[in-house]
Design a protein around this ligand. Sequence first.
Ligand SMILES: [Zn+2]
Length: 344
Amino acid sequence: MKILLPTSTAGSLPKPSWLAEPEKLWSPWKLQDDHLSAGKQDALRIALNEQQQANIDIVSDGEQTRQHFVTTFIEHLDGVDFEQRKTVKIRDRYEADVPTVVGPVSRPKPVFIEDAKFLRQQTNQPIKWALPGPMTMVDTLYDAHYKSREQLAWQFAKILNQEAKELEAVGVDIIQFDEPAFNVFFDEVNDWGIAALERAIEGLNCETAVHICYGYGIKANTDWKKTLGTQWRQYEEVFPKLAQSNIDIISLECHNSHVPIELLELVRGKKIMVGAIDVASNTIETPEEVASTLRKALNYVDADKLYPCTNCGMAPLSREVARAKLNALSAGANIVRQELVSQI
Ligand SMILES: [Zn+2]
């Protein structure tokens, strides 16, 4: 990456109201069949355009073609029965009715490759594509077949690897795995979570990222955050092992979170996507606030490895708020770029 402090988003952006009801997760589609496919492509074009208007350097599809960052991927797999539902506790935090793994899981056909190809055709900018991580996938299902979280994660890792290799082949520059579960199940992360992630990136030549966050700004997450105390040290549990992994980039939340910024020292040497935009609030950051978060991170991250980013996806926000936050991210990154250039 030649640009200093290249900006990007964690992934999702709000959808237009004609495609799905805004400010809602799992919002049902408002179109059907061919209209839906065409509508998703139009929404992807708009999401790209909004990132470009805001001068975002590494662009994404804004996750316009998926209803949910985990479920949509799983819907395309064999071995999971969406009719047979069981109540489980997701991320040890909230109960949900989830589909059941009823047999060996496999990917009968590519999931996002056509969408990624379409995005690639629209821009020459670097593109980042998000996939769910193996542990987070396991954590959103009831497993009646493998009866082992580790074994199921391993199967998902192999499937994700197939998808990732095809994404790379159609020109995706960075493949990101979303692993919010890494902030919850520390023993499992260290026993097999990172190993499964490394299986998912095996043989890839493009850059790889893992996004570990405290979740969207939904009630279950904000309630959980209240129980975490004044210092959020979750990253401390997994960073040492992640530092030794083959993952190139770590995406995490920094702004308005209680993560002690010095924890970044544990992953020195990795590229870091520093979350400088709070997605759990409608308050628009000022460019100076963004700059301040980035300056703090610069004490632990070399300038050529710092990627200003949002804390998490912006799907549940209004489009107006999301646009303003993208602009703030760019403007804040610009302030710090000027400072760095004048120091040389
Ligand atoms: Zn996130």
